[in-house]
Design a protein around this ligand. Structure first.
Ligand code: HEM
Ligand code: HEM
Length: 227
């Protein structure tokens, strides 16, 4: 079978930049002292990556699109029956089960990044949306940000275990495809990585995030004063 381009460059960059930024987020919140400012900056960057991926899922090349990897429940159930077979069909994009796991991961990651906007370290730093929220929303977001990260770690562990399982048991080298973009397949290659469109979306996303966190974060809650 011919090796054809399946994962466009923006999708691959998204993936590996996401991995790098989550490592930075973990280190700046836990291991490195006085790094909260960097946690904030990298958090905005991560949020930007995720917004970009949502847009890319709508207008990116074939295999990056949500419509391509979100299939019917029946397709997922049929695929699941072949999960532990060595000879199941290798999918060109995400497989039917993997497609839903990707959406779950993206949802959890967006929750993590957005809840961060409402966080405070109780010393110097407040997320840009902290002051706009009531006390109960602040508490909620705090719980979400702290416990959410453990759930995120669990799904990332599952994701990496699945990738290793596919490599060893099913002999499907998914990771190298996420690096160079190519897979052995009979399905058509993508025609282009749509780099100009990706560059345009990066600029739009950057402006949007800058607007939401710097120029016009939601207005602070004003305490009602009774005389
Ligand atoms: C912080 C850790 C990680 C996160 C949050 C993460 C997240 C994701 C996400 C969101 C996707 C979907 C990509 C897209 O369609 O845009 C994906 C796909 C993928 N990831 Fe990761 N990933 C992580 C670590 C890793 C590592 C360490 C590896 C390799 C050892 C890996 C290998 C892959 C592969 C091969 C795919 C494509 C799967 C397929 O062919 O369907 N990931 N990952
Ligand atoms: C996906 C992006 C993010 C990840 C993975 C992440 C991860 C984490 C982790 C692991 C912690 C430590 C939790 C604990 O100690 O229980 C934390 C704390 C925190 N994060 Fe994030 N975070 C992200 C985005 C953000 C953003 C965007 C902001 C603010 C703009 C933010 C602000 C904070 C604050 C203020 C704390 C509390 C630090 C403290 O208690 O000293 N985070 N985050």
């Amino acid at each position: 079978m011919e090796r054809r381009l399946v994962w466009d460059l923006p999708t691959r960059l998204f993936h590996w930049l996401l991995v790098a930024s989550l490592i930075v987020q973990y280190l700046t919140a836990t291991w490195i002292e006085n790094a909260m400012q960097w946690h904030f900056y990298c958090g905005y960057f991560t949020l930007g990556l995720l917004v970009f991926r949502l847009l890319w899922g709508l207008v990116g090349p074939t295999y990056a699109r949500f419509t391509h990897f979100l299939t019917s429940p029946a397709t997922v159930l049929n695929y699941n029956k072949t999960l532990f077979s060595r000879h199941s069909v290798a999918y060109t994009g995400h497989n039917p089960l993997g497609g839903y796991v990707v959406v779950l991961m993206l949802t959890m990651l967006i929750t993590q990044a957005v809840s961060g906007l409402f966080m405070t370290d109780d010393i110097f730093m407040e997320g840009p949306w902290y002051a706009s929220a009531s006390q109960s929303v602040q508490n909620w977001m705090n719980t979400l940000h702290r416990t959410g990260f453990n759930w995120l770690l669990a799904i990332i562990a599952l994701h990496i275990t699945a990738v290793i399982f596919y490599a060893i048991f099913k002999k499907q080298p998914l990771t190298s495809a996420m690096l160079h973009g190519k897979k052995s397949t009979k399905k058509p290659a993508i025609r282009s990585s749509k780099l100009w469109l990706a560059a345009f979306l990066v600029v739009v996303t950057a402006i949007l995030i800058y607007y939401l966190v710097v120029i016009a974060p939601p207005a602070p809650v004003t305490e009602e004063v009774y005389y």
